[in-house]
Design a protein around this ligand. Structure first.
Ligand code: HEC
Ligand code: HEC
Length: 226
């Protein structure tokens, strides 16, 4: 009797618990299983989707944030020539909340991974980020190329490649040479404060820890001018 009672009780308790993950899965944001997605997105479809999903309104038709870079809203990231795999990771991070940003979280939750693959393929195909001919800051260049071992700052070039243009095959490390300066400045401050912490192994959080405001301004200045 006792055993029967307990087993009935156990199953009554366990059932809802066991059922819960299935319900959670059914509600997941991305209904397309990752394996079913094509390896590469379709840039032509991506162009249409970037328009219908309104990405171009903030990021520009050519992915260079056209029309916004000089205003107070210049913190929009340029997406032109960026690695598609990096872009998809960021969208997933915005969606899950691993990377915080109110506007982009709403946008990321409104598109499927399949759409993002196409959109990313389209932006990646646009001619690379163009720098804004700012003054090229000597301190920024030196930190970028050599780091500062006394302060534990690794040279950025080691991961981001010559002139910040990325390294072929390193598809999760973004192109940063020619990126919008307000955006670069904000990201470096966000890494340092812990507001952004979605870098694999915490690399970027570690590297920015000892950067001063002047270092960040110099780096943003140098990189955005490339
Ligand atoms: C209302 C303006 C707005 C719209 C619309 C918008 N974005 Fe963004 N996006 C931003 C801003 C602002 C940021 C920078 C977020 C931050 O500071 O971390 C950003 C960042 C991003 C990033 C990260 C880039 C990087 O270098 O890490 C990606 C990827 C991105 N957006 C893709 C998209 C896609 C795809 C769409 C369309 C589905 C879209 N965005 C629509 C404003 C917008
Ligand atoms: C150990 C490798 C490594 C080093 C060294 C490194 N980075 Fe990064 N960086 C990354 C990775 C990986 C990411 C992408 C993190 C993510 O997934 O969000 C990143 C992201 C960034 C971003 C965000 C770009 C965007 O589009 O949002 C900026 C800005 C940046 N790094 C600047 C720097 C600077 C400046 C230095 C040198 C002071 C530096 N990085 C050194 C690996 C590195």
């Amino acid at each position: 009797m006792k055993t029967l009672f307990y087993s009935a009780l156990m199953s009554a308790c366990l059932l809802p618990v066991m059922a819960a993950p299935a319900v959670g899965k059914a509600r997941a944001v991305d209904p397309v299983p990752a394996k079913a997605l094509p390896a590469k997105g379709d840039p032509a479809l991506g162009r249409e989707k970037a328009d219908s999903e309104r990405c171009v309104e903030c990021h520009g038709v050519d992915g260079n944030g056209a029309g916004h870079s000089n205003g107070p809203e210049g913190k929009f990231a340029k997406l032109a020539g960026q690695h598609p795999a990096y872009l998809l990771k960021q969208i997933r991070d915005f969606r899950s909340g691993a990377r915080a940003h109110d506007q982009m979280q709403i946008m990321a939750r409104s598109v499927s991974d399949e759409d993002v693959r196409d959109i990313a393929a389209y932006f990646a195909n646009q001619s690379g980020m163009k720098g804004q001919d700012g003054e090229r800051h000597a301190l920024g260049k030196s930190l970028f190329e050599s780091g500062d071992s006394a302060r534990g700052i690794a040279a950025c070039i080691g991961c981001h490649g010559a002139l910040g243009k990325g390294v072929a095959g390193s598809t999760l490390t973004p192109v940063i040479g020619g990126q919008e300066w307000r955006y670069l400045d904000k990201q470096l401050r966000d890494w340092r404060s812990g507001e952004r912490r979605n870098s694999p192994d915490g690399a970027m959080s570690q590297i920015t820890k000892t950067l001063s405001d002047a270092d960040i301004e110099a780096l943003a200045n140098y990189l955005s001018g490339i």
